[in-house]
Design a protein around this ligand. Structure first.
Ligand code: ATP
Ligand code: MG
Length: 340
C-alpha cells in the first residue's frame, strides 16, 4: 500500500507553489494528518522556509550522509543504489526530506534513463530504479514516520526532474495567477501532463512485473487555486477580472479536455480556492519561520494583523479539507492506495 502523493505544479514561476506547500504542510497536522514534505525544486526554497541557515549549511556540507534529496539519489548517478533519506522533524506530525541546490545535476541522469525504460526487458531494472527514485524515497520516508500524505514542491519547468516528480504523484494541484503569463503556461500544462502520463503507462506495460511496487503515474488534477498576490496594485481591477475569468475555460480545455459554462472561477467546481494577497503577514511569517496562521503579537501580528492571522487560518483549513475531500473522491477504485 502506498501513501498518496500530492504535488503543486505549474510551469509558470512565482505563482505561490512553495508558499502553498509550506502552509498546507502545517495545516494538515491540525486536521489530523501526518505529513512528509518533499522539496524537489533545486532552488530549495521550501527547505529554506523551514530551516535556518546554520542547519542548512550543516545539511548541505555533509557529503557522506543522505541528508538531502540529492544525497539520497546521488549514488544512482554512479553505480550505486538510492539511499533511505534522513528526515528532519519540523514539528510532531511534519517531517521534511530537504531539498538541495545540487539536485539540478540529477536532471541528466533522469533524461538518459527515460528512453532506456523501453529497452530490452533484461535491462529495465536500472532505468526504472532511477526514474522512480523520488517516489521510492518519498514512500520510504512516509513509511518510517507513518505519514498519511506526502506533499511535493517542484520548480517551474517541464524538465526531467519534474517529469519524475509527476510520475510519482497521485494528485496534482495547479496554482495560477490571473495574468497573461499564467494563462499561456496553463495551455501547455494539460498536454504535458497527458503526455507524461501516457508515456509512463507505456513504460509500465513494457515492464510487466506486477509484484514490484511502482508509481502508477496517476497525476489526477484535483483543480486549481487562484492567487491574488501576483496582481500589481496599480493595475486596474478590470484587467484582473479579464484574466481571472478566462481561467475556467482555459483550465477545462487544457487540463480536462472538456468545456465549462462557468463565467468566473467562483462558479467553477475545479476552483479549489482563491487565495488572498496576505501582504505583510508573508514577510512576518518568513522572519519568524512560521506559517502566517501561527503568528502572534510577539511576532508583530497586532491590531488588524491579528484578524488577518485568524482569517488565514480559516482559509488554509478550508483548503486542506477541500483537498482531502477531492482526494477521497478520486481515490483509485482498486483500493490499493492508503487513503488519508
Ligand atoms: N497569498 C500570498 N500573499 C502574498 N504573497 C504571497 C502569497 N503567496 C506567495 N506570495 C509571495 O510570492 C512570491 C512567490 O511565491 P512562491 O515562492 O510561493 O511561488 P512559487 O510558485 O513557488 O515560485 P517558483 O516558481 O519560483 O518556485 C514569494 O515572495 C511569496 O512570499
Ligand atoms: Mg517555489
Amino acid at each position: 500500500m502506498s501513501v498518496p502523493v500530492l504535488t503543486f505544479f505549474n510551469n509558470k514561476g512565482g505563482v505561490g507553489k512553495t508558499t502553498l506547500v509550506y502552509h498546507l504542510s502545517w495545516m494538515f497536522p491540525e486536521v489530523g494528518l501526518s505529513v512528509v514534505a518533499v522539496d524537489l525544486d533545486a532552488q530549495a526554497s521550501l527547505t529554506a522556509a523551514y530551516l535556518d541557515e546554520d542547519t542548512l549549511e550543516n545539511l548541505w556540507e555533509d557529503e557522506a550522509a543522505p541528508t538531502t534529496i540529492y544525497r539520497a539519489v546521488e549514488p544512482l548517478t554512479r553505480v550505486g543504489d538510492l539511499m533511505e533519506p534522513q528526515l528532519i522533524e519540523v514539528a510532531p506530525q511534519l517531517h521534511l526530506v530537504p531539498g538541495d541546490v545540487a539536485l539540478a545535476s540529477f536532471e541528466d541522469t533522469l533524461s538518459d534513463a527515460w528512453p532506456h525504460a523501453m529497452d530490452d526487458k533484461s535491462r529495465l531494472y536500472r532505468p526504472f530504479r532511477i526514474l522512480t527514485a523520488f517516489w521510492q524515497i518519498a514512500q520510504l520516508a512516509a513509511r518510517r514516520v507513518s505519514a498519511d500524505i506526502i506533499l511535493v514542491d517542484v520548480g517551474p519547468n517541464l524538465g526531467a526532474i519534474n517529469r519524475s516528480a509527476l510520475i510519482a504523484s497521485d494528485y496534482a494541484v495547479v496554482p495560477l495567477g490571473a495574468d497573461l503569463f499564467s494563462l499561456r503556461g496553463l495551455k501547455n500544462l494539460g498536454p504535458t501532463l497527458r503526455s507524461w502520463r501516457e508515456s509512463w503507462c507505456h513504460r509500465l506495460d513494457h515492464w510487466g512485473y506486477p509484484d514490484f511496487a511502482l508509481p502508477q503515474g496517476r497525476m489526477v488534477p484535483l483543480g486549481y487555486i487562484v492567487q491574488q498576490h501576483g496582481v500589481r496594485l496599480s493595475r486596474p481591477v478590470k484587467a484582473y477580472d479579464k484574466w481571472v475569468n478566462r481561467i475556467p475555460g482555459v483550465y477545462h480545455e487544457s487540463v480536462l479536455r472538456d468545456s465549462t459554462t462557468a463565467d468566473t472561477p467562483s462558479q467553477d467546481e475545479q476552483c479549489l480556492a482563491t487565495l488572498k494577497h496576505f501582504r505583510s503577514l508573508i514577510p512576518m511569517g518568513q522572519e519568524a519561520r512560521k506559517p502566517i496562521f501561527h503568528l502572534t503579537s510577539a511576532d508583530g501580528a497586532i491590531g488588524g494583523h491579528a484578524q488577518a492571522v485568524q482569517d488565514a487560518h480559516e482559509d488554509f483549513e478550508t483548503l486542506a479539507r477541500t483537498l482531502l475531500q477531492r482526494i477521497s473522491q478520486n481515490a483509485p477504485k482498486d483500493g490499493h492506495d492508503h487513503q488519508p
